[in-house]
Design a binder for this molecule. Structure first.
Ligand code: GLU
Length: 486
């Protein structure tokens, strides 16, 4: 699909600053799929030049979450590759050399301005209602003075010498040609006084040296791209192909999906019982659809069909209902053994393992996430409690009736010859008919007494799994609640 003939090499370049955002996982998936589709390579590069934001184990977290989603990288940390190291903090010398190379070419300059001076300039600009930017104070220092100050050991940064009034043009796969004017770009810091590169320098140097053919990332980086284009030009390097993917909006459609409206890390979805394959499928169809519009899709199918040019340019709503729907489907696609395995992390210790299959059969259809299992089934083995009102269908004038129902139900259970579904159901139904009890009332009453809830799996199956001892115990509990209620 690309005009130049170089092999497709895409990359994901996360910073190890905490759990990976689900939108970053979506970006990663697209880069991965695109590389695979074109028989190219997908590179993982760690952008750890901002040490103040780094978290312990940040790199390991990134590697582990990618693997949990069944994805992998061809080159990057822990893998061989011809263009390493793939961790930016291990490449500092290289960025320093490249920054100095630009100074020599007259495309960058040393800047000795102190923090205090920069702050003063900023305040003056603010007072004049101007956008804050560097006033180019050091741009025209003469060479001798620069040399002197360098050899005196003065602290410095290296800044990009942004050309005046020049059109900056680049092509975005989704948006076509984008034009900026260089007047909109500040004389960007490339190398900081501690010898670390800024994101802009490091990203361009690495994307070039790692032979990245397609730089595909979130839309939030689009305003940085003109700076990068200027850098490519300053180095006399060919531009890669750019693509900027739309943002995700919160499920309510309001605002960029962010931590303020709930957890957004890819890991947090796994913790809440979403299957990685369901979440991946969901991310595939967020803002993109297959030619035949089908929504269920394997990774292999996606790799075959994905084309970034078909992505919507509009922000996409993170439609949690669709994710839930997909997750339910994926849960029911697992065979029971596999499902049991995946549920392990979600089942509390006290769960009666010997009843697992029977209980699973009762809630299987209703599970949206793996975490639902515990919530849907805890009444099978935990003490229950509920407001007494739940036992009453209408007003409080039913005490006598309820007491009667409890007593007769207990008798019926105790006098069962065999405790199986058929006998149990027959006995309870017979009771209802014989007494001419209102069906809805009696069965709901029983359901609440057995489970503490009004929505449960089928009543008789549930009672069967509970067993006669628990049934009696719970009828006694209901009886106590009714008495107290009088
Ligand atoms: N390090 C940047 C990030 O954390 C990478 C942006 C890019 O892909 O250029 O997202």
């Amino acid at each position: 699909m690309q005009e130049n003939q170089s092999p497709v090499r895409t990359r994901m370049a996360p910073s190890p600053t905490g759990e990976m955002h689900v939108a970053s996982m979506a970006t990663l998936l697209k880069n991965y799929a695109f590389a695979k589709k074109h028989h190219g390579q997908f590179i993982l590069r760690i952008e750890d030049t901002d040490k103040t934001r780094e978290v312990v184990d940040g790199v390991e977290q990134i590697q582990s979450i990618i693997k949990k989603f069944g994805l992998d990288w061809d080159e990057g940390p822990g893998k061989n590759g011809a263009y390493g190291p793939y961790i930016q903090s291990k490449r500092l010398k290289l960025y320093q050399e490249k920054a100095e190379e630009l100074v020599k070419k007259g495309r960058a300059y040393y800047c000795f301005c102190s923090k205090e001076r920069l702050e003063k300039v900023r305040q003056e600009q603010q007072a004049r209602h101007q956008a804050p930017r560097y006033d180019q104070h050091c741009r025209h220092l003469d060479e001798d003075e620069v040399k002197k100050r360098l050899s005196a050991g003065e602290s410095y940064v290296i800044r990009l010498k942004v050309p005046e009034n020049q059109e900056i043009v680049f092509t975005d796969l989704l948006r076509g040609e984008i034009t900026f004017n260089s007047g909109q770009v500040d004389d960007q810091v490339l190398l900081k006084s501690d010898g670390y590169p800024t994101y802009h320098l490091a990203v361009v140097v690495d994307d070039h040296l790692m032979k990245i053919s397609h730089v595909m990332r979130g839309e939030e980086w689009i305003s940085s791209t003109p700076k990068h284009v200027l850098l490519y030009q300053a180095f006399d390097w060919a531009l890669p192909i750019f693509a900027h993917f739309p943002l995700f909006l919160n499920p309510d459609g309001k605002g960029k999906m962010s931590k303020r409206k709930g957890t957004v890390s890819a890991q947090s979805f796994l913790d809440r019982g979403y299957l990685p394959e369901a979440l991946l499928n969901f991310l595939m169809i967020l803002g993109w659809s297959a030619k035949d519009q089908r929504e269920l899709m394997s990774l292999g199918e996606y790799i075959n069909e994905f084309d970034p040019r078909d992505l919507s340019m509009n922000s996409v709503i993170f439609d949690i209902k669709k994710l839930n729907w997909l997750n339910g489907i994926y849960i029911r696609r697992l065979d029971k053994k596999e499902l049991k395995e995946r549920l392990k992390a979600f089942i509390p210790e006290e769960f009666p393992q010997e009843k697992f299959e029977k209980i699973l059969a009762l809630v299987y259809e209703r599970m949206v996430t793996l975490a639902d299992f515990a919530e849907l089934t805890d009444f099978f083995y935990k003490e229950i409690d509920y407001p007494a009102e739940l036992l009453f269908k209408k007003a409080k004038d039913q005490q006598d009736l309820l007491k009667e129902q409890i007593q007769q139900s207990k008798l019926a259970i105790e006098s069962l010859n065999a405790f199986d579904l058929n006998s149990l159901e027959k006995a309870i139904r017979k009771l209802q008919e014989k007494n001419d009890w209102h069906k809805g009332q009696y069965f709901m009453f029983l359901r609440v007494a057995m489970t503490g809830r009004t929505a449960t799996p089928p009543l008789f199956e549930t009672m069967l799994v509970l067993g006669s001892d628990l049934i009696i115990k719970r009828l006694d509990l209901a009886s106590k609640k009714i008495e107290k209620h009088e």
